[in-house]
Design a protein around this ligand. Structure first.
Ligand code: NAD
Length: 307
């Protein structure tokens, strides 16, 4: 059985994959796109993280393909409908990255509230102008969560312990009777002090936080997106920060990765990270182990882990 490994995997996970079949690892190839096209032809299993795009055109080259295993949660890089139409099982590891992405989200919120990135550069430039770094206390403020799934709820739980009140917008949750306030999107954007985005990427969520929606934010608001690039109009967000029409922002994900407009990111209260939400040893190992377990289950005829 040929297993095509397209993205970097933890060494323990690689060992497990090697025990399942003949592994071809193109994760560090300089001609990865070309290798993918040729190597997928006789592969039975393809293992990817988020950076490999498995479009219909690529998947249809996989004449023997049985399983696509996504090591991580988001599957927007895979044409699932086409894969399913070809009877290819697609599986992911939805919970493995949860703690890591949530901890990064909390770090971005606190960093924006206290202008940590700007003040760090300031001090390292040999300056000590403390009045430039008046921050915002989070206790007593409203956190608005867009997409109240696993990550949104865990961020809420942690931020509640800092004294924040929680509101959320999620049209797919029915009959909510929890203590968190359910709001429509516009009302959430108008009333929240911090907005954190945790939706999955779908046709509906692309540009969900558009220019028009960003204009609803308070001048004192912070917006953080660790979900998927393209959900927020990032260019307009940067414009608002430059005009000081919002207080701060944090981004881990971008409509184009890596983003091409990084010069615009200088000297504003924007903390940026290069899509590292899941980049901890713990998350990578857990996602890898879950992926191997899912592959084993599907090979044994248990499709409960297939999407
Ligand atoms: P989840 O499926 O548990 O939650 C997503 C929530 O979004 C659901 O409650 C769903 O009802 C809601 N939703 C769907 N469409 C919506 C819409 N139009 N408006 C409002 N809400 C909507 O997913 P999760 O595990 O909480 O992950 C959230 C996001 O974080 C995903 O996009 C995932 O890809 C991303 N993620 C990023 C990283 C990273 O490295 N930055 C790591 C892990 C996860």
């Amino acid at each position: 059985m040929k297993i095509l490994i397209c993205d970097t995997m933890n060494s323990k996970v690689l060992k497990e994959l090697h025990s399942l079949g003949e592994c071809i690892d193109i994760s560090s190839s300089e001609s990865k796109d070309q290798d993918l096209v040729t190597e997928i032809n006789d592969a039975e299993i393809v293992v990817v993280r988020s950076s490999t795009k498995l479009t219909k055109e690529i998947i249809e080259k996989g004449d023997c393909l049985k399983i696509i295993a996504r090591c991580g949660v988001g599957v927007d890089n895979i044409d699932i409908e086409y894969a399913k139409s070809q009877n290819i099982k697609v599986t992911n590891s939805p919970s493995a990255n949860l703690n890591s992405v949530v901890e990064l989200t909390v770090a971005l919120i606190i960093s924006a509230a206290r202008k940590i990135s700007l003040s760090d550069s300031h001090l390292k430039d040999g300056k000590w102008d403390r009045k430039e770094f008046i921050g915002m206390e989070l206790s007593g403020k409203q956190l608005g969560i867009v997409g109240f799934g696993k990550a949104g709820r865990l961020v809420s739980k942690i931020m509640k312990s800092l004294g924040m009140t929680i509101a959320f917008y999620d049209p797919y949750i029915e009959d909510w009777d929890g203590p968190e306030k359910r709001l429509e999107l516009d009302e959430l954007l108008i009333t929240s002090d911090v907005i954190s985005i945790h939706v999955i990427k779908t046709k509906e969520t692309v540009n969900l936080i558009s220019q028009e929606k960003l204009d609803l934010l308070k001048n004192s608001a912070i917006l953080v997106n660790t979900s998927r690039g393209g959900v927020v109009d990032e260019d307009y967000l940067v414009e608002l920060l430059k005009l000081k029409k919002i207080f701060g922002a944090g981004l881990d994900v971008y409509s184009e990765e890596p983003p091409q407009n990084v010069d615009n990111f200088e000297d504003i209260n924007l903390i940026t990270t290069p899509h590292i939400g899941a980049s901890t040893n713990e998350a990578q190992l857990k996602a890898g182990i879950d992926t191997v377990e899912n592959i084993k289950k599907i090979l044994a005829g248990d499709d409960s882990v297939a999407l």
